[in-house]
Design a protein around this ligand. Structure first.
Ligand code: SF4
Ligand code: SF4
Length: 160
């Protein structure tokens, strides 16, 4: 079942993959009465190419559901050794440790931040001095705008 054919909200995580891939640009995300974003298709522009359905993670769970594929991922536990960072973070400060370890030259860091109207949006920075806004989890759906990032991040990212 595909959300754009059924309108069943339970099968749409609001990832925006369908909107991003649509060559006709006839899918837009619209906010519902509870503040969650769902795709809306403009039927008169749709060419029935099927691309939106082909990328929907709710339909292709075999690609992300490890129980179905049998490819169980490894799990790691970690905590930042810097207690001050742990207190500024929500998940043990691991995000800070990872970006410090890997972001040396020519890097870009994507994350979820509050904007000046307290909406959660995705953005990116090129400096470790700017990552503070990505720390702490934001348990609302983030607007990923048109950033080209993995789609499964969109519902609640910012786990930092
Ligand atoms: S079927 Fe193709 S044209 Fe129609 S909404 Fe989906 S991606 Fe866009
Ligand atoms: S691709 Fe994402 S936003 Fe589009 S219908 Fe599927 S789950 Fe919803």
């Amino acid at each position: 079942m595909f959300y754009l054919n059924t309108g069943i909200k339970e099968i749409c995580c609001g990832c925006r993959a369908c909107e991003t891939i649509c060559p006709q640009k006839c899918i837009t995300m619209t906010e519902d009465e509870e503040g969650f974003y769902y795709p809306l298709k403009q039927d008169d522009l749709c060419t029935d190419c099927g691309l939106c359905e082909s990328v929907c993670p709710s339909i292709h769970k075999e690609k992300i559901d490890y129980k179905e594929s049998g490819n169980l991922p490894k799990a790691f536990m970690a905590i930042n050794k810097n207690e001050a960072i742990v207190h500024k973070s929500a998940s043990g400060g691991v995000f800070s440790a990872v970006v410090n370890a890997y972001c040396k030259d020519n890097f870009v860091i994507f994350g979820a931040q509050f904007d000046d109207q307290l909406r959660v949006i995705h953005s990116h920075v090129h400096s470790l001095d700017e990552i503070d806004k990505y720390r702490k989890s934001k348990y609302v759906q983030s607007d990923i705008n048109d950033l080209d990032i993995p789609v499964w991040w969109s519902r609640s990212s910012g786990v930092a």
